[in-house]
Design a protein around this ligand. Structure first.
Ligand SMILES: *Cc1c(COP(=O)(O)O)cnc(C)c1O
Length: 386
């Protein structure tokens, strides 16, 4: 019987019963750059850190196990992972990418990969007919679901079928759900991307990124690119992410519970014009989300009555921090217009619904009463002109 996800966050079945590393329960940090060879033509299994490191290997195996992959590669950041992924393609190759992606991914595609000859078409994958954009040069479909920050939900299984009918790779950035709530490979995706900086690390204390696949041909290509380009995760940061993953389930459950409570409270405030959260029945995508994921996560986007109102919230929050990033134990509020999506052209941003009165909240694991108390005070003060 396959083990539950919480157990998989802690234990690697294949390493159980062994007593290497003096039986250390917490996986040791192998802070070394290189490895001595026992003899000519012999190796301990490790030769040089850019290729592999025991601490990082352990983390990669845990991640492969959580995502149901056969291989996972750990990078120094999420963007390092996406950058390496794009090295799989050559000039002239065409990629269909969702229009509402993490701003850094859009910047990479449009300002670096296009310069190097890749072609991108940005479409709303959750509602447009992806098939009609496929050309003979198309090699991949790249999506996030839910998207950042508009929480559009794309049906992974249907998209995987379109990809495979046409010989394309389906890449899913699973950062927002984490493997705790969603496993794209099981739904047919070929490659999963993670910013490990977010829920996997979980503590706003390190950057990390991952690519996970269940295809040997893809893994072989990625491993070649990985050892050649060198954007690997350090041993110490591997340890931090391993430590973060141990509580992934507890954190995801708690953060989601807080997000649901916050949604209920936000509904009572007149200044909130729109709440976008995949867990609201009747919201577009709700049914698909329920079918393909085990939860709704803890990211929510709200539209305030005005830009001024949104900016005042950012100025007045104290315990909740006005900061970029997401997925950590602390609640953070982001202003996509000038932060995560600042480099996305204004027309595209507004077409996607990211107006200057939109805020994105990454709900943390504080006591929900305290989150609501802080926001109540902020909203009341703004409305009273204080
Ligand atoms: C943050 C993020 C990234 C980039 O990851 P970094 O670790 O910041 O480089 C990619 N995709 C999504 C969805 C993200 O939220």
């Amino acid at each position: 019987m396959s083990r539950g996800i919480n157990t998989k966050c802690l234990h690697l079945e294949e390493e159980e019963g062994r007593t290497e590393h003096y039986g250390a329960i917490s996986y040791p940090i192998y802070q070394t750059a290189t490895y001595a060879h026992p003899g000519v033509g012999q190796s301990t299994g490790y030769d040089y850190n850019r290729v592999s490191n025991p601490t990082r290997d352990h983390l990669e195996k845990i991640l492969a196990s959580l995502e149901g992959g056969t291989d996972a590669l750990a990078f120094s950041s999420g963007m390092a992972a996406v950058t390496l992924l794009m090295e799989m393609f050559k000039p002239g190759d065409h990629i269909i990418a969702d229009a509402d992606l993490y701003g850094g991914s859009i910047r990479l595609f449009k300002q670096i990969n296009e310069k190097n000859g890749l072609k991108f078409t940005s479409i709303d994958c959750h509602k447009e007919d992806i098939r009609s954009y496929i050309t003979e040069d198309t090699k991949a479909i790249y999506i996030e679901t839910p998207t950042n920050p508009m929480m559009n939900i794309t049906d992974i299984e249907t998209t995987a079928k379109i990809a495979h009918d046409n010989g394309l790779l389906l890449v899913v950035d699973n950062t927002f759900m984490s493997p705790y709530f969603q496993n794209p490979l099981a739904l047919g995706a070929d490659i999963v991307v993670h910013s490990g900086t977010k829920y996997l690390g979980g503590h706003n204390d390190t950057l990390a990124g991952f690519l996970v696949t269940d295809r040997d041909d893809v893994s072989e290509k990625l491993r070649f690119l990985y050892k050649t380009t060198g954007s690997c995760l350090s041993p110490f940061d591997s340890y931090l992410v391993l430590r973060g993953i141990k509580t992934l389930g507890l954190r995801m459950e708690r953060a989601q519970e807080n997000a649901l409570a916050l949604v209920d409270w936000l509904k009572t405030r007149k200044s909130v014009k729109k709440i976008i959260y995949p867990g609201i029945p009747g919201n577009p995508g709700y049914e698909i989300q329920k079918k393909q994921a085990r939860g709704f996560g803890a990211m929510l986007t709200i539209e305030l009555e005005s830009r001024e109102y949104a900016l005042k919230i950012l100025e007045k929050v104290r315990m909740i921090k006005y900061a970029e990033s997401l997925g950590g134990v602390e609640t953070l509020i982001t202003y996509p217009t000038t932060q995560t999506h600042a480099d996305v052209p204004k027309e595209i941003r507004e077409k996607n619904g990211i107006t200057d009165s939109v805020l994105r909240i990454s709900v943390g694991i504080e006591d929900k009463e305290d989150l609501i108390a802080e926001l109540s005070k902020v909203f009341d003060d703004i409305e009273a002109g204080r």
